[in-house]
Ligand binder design. Sequence first.
Ligand SMILES: [Zn+2]
Length: 333
Amino acid sequence: MKYRLSDLRILGSSGFILEIKDSRLVFDTKPLSGSIQFISHAHLDHAYRLSLKNVVMSEETASILRAIGRKGDWTILKYGGKLRIGEGLEISMRSSGHVLGSAQYVIDSDGLRIVYTGDLNIYDTIIHEGARPIESDILIIESTYGIPYYRFPNREKIYADIVKWILKTISSDEIPAFKVYSIGKSQEIIRIVNTYLDVPVIVSNPVARISEKYIEHKVSLDYIPINKVEGIERLKQGECVYVSSFKEELPTSRKVRWAVATGWALRYRYPNYDISFPLSGHSDYDGLVRYILESQPKQVYTIYGYAKEFSKSLRSRGINAKPIFEADQTTLY
Ligand SMILES: [Zn+2]
């Protein structure tokens, strides 16, 4: 099959533009004249150039963005919902398993299917189901951890290590504290503590603001915001865990031990922290490869992170892949 796309290219190092059937669609990057902007999730590296109009996102993403002060007259799409644009162009949304409301976008046109994964996690977590692969002709897949070095331990093992460290720290009458993203990772830590331990979780105000949105969307979380008297009292005495997106000075004379939880912990040391856990909202290398093998695309474009290395590795497995910044041809396969 030959299908002419007038353009498919990357802008800068993040997001891409698709010009198809007289429509200009931009994904996770700045709007262009006459474009429709699609936002995959609320992390600011994907949503920072948010337009006021002609923007599509999930309800959950919109509620998180509003909670952090962003405004706009946005078009809401549900998982499984469809949006028709012009003649014969249909866009639908599925979960990408990354954070609350995170989306994969499916673009169907004249029998051609293009899928953009956004940030992708195929593994089930204590909060979200993992993303399911979607069959496609052309797949644009993130490659944040797209080198074989990044093979994450089993998630239950990481949870167990986190719980053990919390218990050990508490038994020394110290406070275990986590510096993690306010969207996604914070809620996963809160839920781990809620599930496996009978210890209150105190959270910073930004984490509380986002966690409220998770609760509104039926993710059960139990925590005490630090701006409540009860939160301050707990930090001064009694067992507790603290969760914040910043490593900060806490209003207590007790020793605070800080942990960081990120996939990068597999490779990098965090000397300013007491411990690090390789807990990630992304798929590791094996997860990315598994997604591609199950979705069977004819052409793969890699985007973000190790885009070049991941494409090369896929080509060595006989998969037609290139980084999206090399996707400058107008005819695809
Ligand atoms: Zn993200």
